[in-house]
Every structure is written in C-alpha cells, then in structure tokens.
Design a protein around this ligand. Structure first.
Ligand SMILES: NC(=O)c1ccc[n+]([C@@H]2O[C@H](COP(=O)([O-])OP(=O)(O)OC[C@H]3O[C@@H](n4cnc5c(N)ncnc54)[C@H](O)[C@@H]3O)[C@@H](O)[C@H]2O)c1
Length: 401
C-alpha cells in the first residue's frame, strides 16, 4: 500500500441511491478518499458495490460500523432516515456527511447537533449547491467589500423536478416530499451563505398544482436577513421551460444538456402505470441497476442568481461571473472543477483530518431547515415567520450599513 492509500480517508456510504450516484464521480476522482464500505437493503446495489470497489457491502448500518476502516459515514439514505443513521454513526465514533436536508424535523436536526457535540465528532451537510465554486467566488467578492454592501439577491430556477421518477414519500410533504425539503434547501443554503447566514424572517407562497403528485412543487419566498439583505427565491418544479437554457445548457449537475431532449421526463413518466413501477424506475437511477453517471463537463449550479450591491450587480453562472460595475463590466471565468463536488471532498477531508468544521455543518443545516419549515408555515398562513436558530457565516462583514 502506498503512503497515499494509507492516508486516504475511509468513507462508508449509507444508501446507494441517486444521491450516491451523483457524488460517486467526485469520490472516485479524489485520491484522498477511498470507499471503505456501504449499506443498502437492495442486494443488486450491494453486489455491484462489492465487486466494483472491492469493499464490503452490508445489509445494515450496525454491521458497517464494526468496520474500523470506515472513518466517515456518508448518509445518503432517504430524508426520513437521516436522524437514525447519523445518530448511530456518531454514537459509534464516526464523523458524518449528511445529504441535504440534514433531517426532516427541527427536533431531528437538534438531536444530530447534540449527538455530534456529545460524541465529539463532526458533521457536514451536503453536497449542496452552496459548495459550488462560483458561490465561493461570489462570497469572496462580497467579503472583499470592493463593490460596497450586498443589498439584494434574486434566485430563480425552473425544472421538471416533480416529473422525475419518485418514491411515494417524495410526493407527500409530511414524509419530506415536494420541492421544499429537496430543492428550496439548496436555494436557502446559497443565499444564506452569500448574505451572511442569519435570516431574520421569511414570507412565502407555495404551489401544489398537480393532484396526481400532491406536494409543494413550486415556491416564491422572500427572506430578510439580520444585516438588512433581502433575497427573493422562485422555483418551479412543474416547469416546461428549462432553467438550464439560461446557463448555456449546462445542467444542474454540470453535464451539458441536449435541448432536443425536451420533455423527456414527462414522456418517460407517462409510460409508468402505477406507484410500484415509478419506484422501480427511480431505483434505476440509483447504483446497481442503471449506468454510472458520466463525468461532468463543467460546474454544477442551481439556476439564475443575481446580486445587487451598492456599486455593482453581479450575475453568477457556472462558467462565469459577470460584474456590472459603476463604469465597466468585468467577466471572471469560473474554473471548472475536474470533479464536480470537489469542494465537498475538501470539506470532509479538512473536517476529519484537520479538525476544521465547514460552514455547512449540523448547526448550519439546522438553520437552513428552519427556513424550509418557515416557508411551509408562512404559505399556510401568509404571515412573516421569525427565525430563531440561525447561524452566521464566519468572517462575514459584520454589518451592511
Ligand atoms: N445532493 C444532491 O444532489 C442530491 C440528489 C439526490 C438526492 N439527494 C438526497 O439524498 C437522499 C437520498 O435521496 P435519493 O434521491 O438518493 O433516494 P434514492 O431512493 O435514490 O436512494 C436511497 C437509497 O437508500 C437505500 N435505503 C433505503 N433504506 C435504507 C436503510 N435503512 N439503510 C440503508 N440504505 C437504505 C435505498 O435502497 C436506496 O438505494 C435524500 O435525502 C435526498 O435529499 C441529494
């Protein structure tokens, strides 16, 4: 074994589904990380994992936690299992990377924070699009103060999220279905990072437009931050227009799209006769049945994003950032990451090997989840919802005057 292999971080996965598939290219591209084990009830996923990666695959998490090569557990199971899986991993002394959302209820995310503190282990929440490199660049521009204070953020994305194959729980809000827990969570993470993190209040309307898929598929949310920054988030998961068109046909996951495939998700869904068939179709997008995703062509993104500062408007895309200043327009290229989720790999490496907690930690994920719940609550009553458990971005300018 080489020195590199000995030093590599042993990652154990819980849930070999779609999320794992999307993160896998970044894990495989990173010499610092090695797959040390996996858990999934699906036998085909376990067999494929064991043969492809020469690492053990287990039916239950408790079995994997007996494997000392697993240093960090990547919780990529359905939302409703995040608490149980994170708590078991933390109690067994492992660090944890939890897919967004950190959990479903605020009680669950509080339990994860407490377990991390109690066991003296670290938790990161992601991948989330707040880890995209163009977001990190934009944050540095804001922090530099070169263009004055940030005042307003507009974020907008149109997708066919609601018409991709789903498990039944993904279409019921109570079990974490709809776009709030799966998509707004990205939007909120991005704007919280850029605006300093501490949301003061939220008001929102949501759309639940398709009786056959009865959960929130769209939202318009207005966030006000403690430093006075405002953010407007709009998302439709029922869209016919593809928001990736305005990103030069770069898909959310960094793969260039073919516009001639217009309507593919709806066409495919029409071939499904019942929920069981739909669940099976979703499983095809996970590990063990479908093809592995191809390597990304460029950076991931989460739709249109425009910042208004005192002395510039800044348009953020996956390939370039355009700064419309007082007297000139500047274009900054965003270097494509060889592996799309490289910044998430950096975060877990630093967390485990260098004892450095990322911004997107359990308390951060909890604060983002608080905003998700505030959106749902506001949409029911139409009121501004105050936020109480927000956390700041370290080193963010203290105050916007
Ligand atoms: N960051 C992203 O880009 C991204 C993308 C998709 C999903 N996600 C997140 O990942 C999580 C999983 O969603 P998904 O779309 O991958 O779902 P999925 O249905 O594709 O995958 C879930 C996997 O977990 C397995 N599983 C079920 N019960 C289990 C158990 N008790 N122990 C271990 N494994 C179990 C299933 O067999 C399946 O393989 C969700 O929280 C979702 O929000 C994130």
């Amino acid at each position: 074994m080489s020195t590199n292999a000995i030093a590599a971080l042993g990652l154990g996965v819980v849930g070999l589904g779609r999320a794992f598939m999307l993160t896998l290219p970044s894990i495989l591209a990173d010499k610092r990380i090695r797959l040390a084990g996996a858990v999934d009830p699906r036998v085909e996923a376990r067999e494929e994992f064991a043969s492809r990666f020469s690492a053990p695959a287990y039916e239950t998490l408790s079995e994997m936690l007996n494997n000392s090569a697993v240093e960090l557990v990547y919780v990529a199971s359905p939302h409703q299992l995040h608490r149980e899986h994170a708590l078991a991993a933390l109690a067994a002394g492992r660090h944890v990377l939890i897919e967004k959302p950190v959990a479903l209820s605020l009680d669950d995310s509080r339990a994860i924070i407490n377990a991390a503190d109690h066991n003296n282990r670290h938790v990161a929440v992601g991948p989330s699009h707040s880890f995209d490199p163009q977001i990190a660049m934009a944050l540095e521009i804001i922090k530099s103060g070169k263009y004055g204070a940030l005042r307003m953020i507009r974020a907008n994305y149109d997708t066919d999220f609601m018409y991709r194959p789903r498990r039944a729980e993904e279409l019921t809000t109570k079990t974490g279905g709809g776009v709030i827990f799966s998509q707004a969570v990205h939007h909120i993470d991005i704007v919280r990072l850029l605006a300093g993190g501490k949301t003061r209040r939220v008001t929102a309307l949501t759309g639940n437009w398709d009786k056959a898929r009865p959960s929130e598929g769209a939202y318009m949310a207005l966030l006000e931050f403690e430093n006075g920054v405002t953010a407007n988030l709009t998302y439709s998961g029922y869209a016919h227009y593809d928001g990736d068109e305005s990103a030069g046909w770069m898909g959310e996951l960094g793969q260039r799209k073919d516009p001639s495939e217009y309507g593919a998700a709806r066409r495919k869904l029409r071939t499904v006769k019942n929920p069981e068939e739909e669940t099976a179709l979703k499983a095809m997008r996970g590990f063990g049945l479908g093809e592995l995703p191809r390597d990304p062509d460029g950076n991931e993104h989460f739709g249109e994003l425009m910042l208004s500062l005192d002395h510039a408007d800044i348009r953020i895309g996956p390939e370039k950032i355009r700064i419309y200043g007082d007297e000139a327009v500047t274009t900054l290229p965003v270097e494509p990451l060889a592996a799309g989720r490289r910044h998430v790999m950096d975060a877990i490496w630093q967390m485990v090997r260098e004892n450095h907690l990322p911004v997107q930690n359990a308390r951060w994920g909890h604060a983002t989840l608080e905003v998700c719940h505030a959106i749902l609550k506001s949409a029911q009553g139409g009121n501004w919802q105050p936020l109480k458990e927000q956390v700041a971005v370290p080193g963010y300018p203290i105050e916007n005057k």
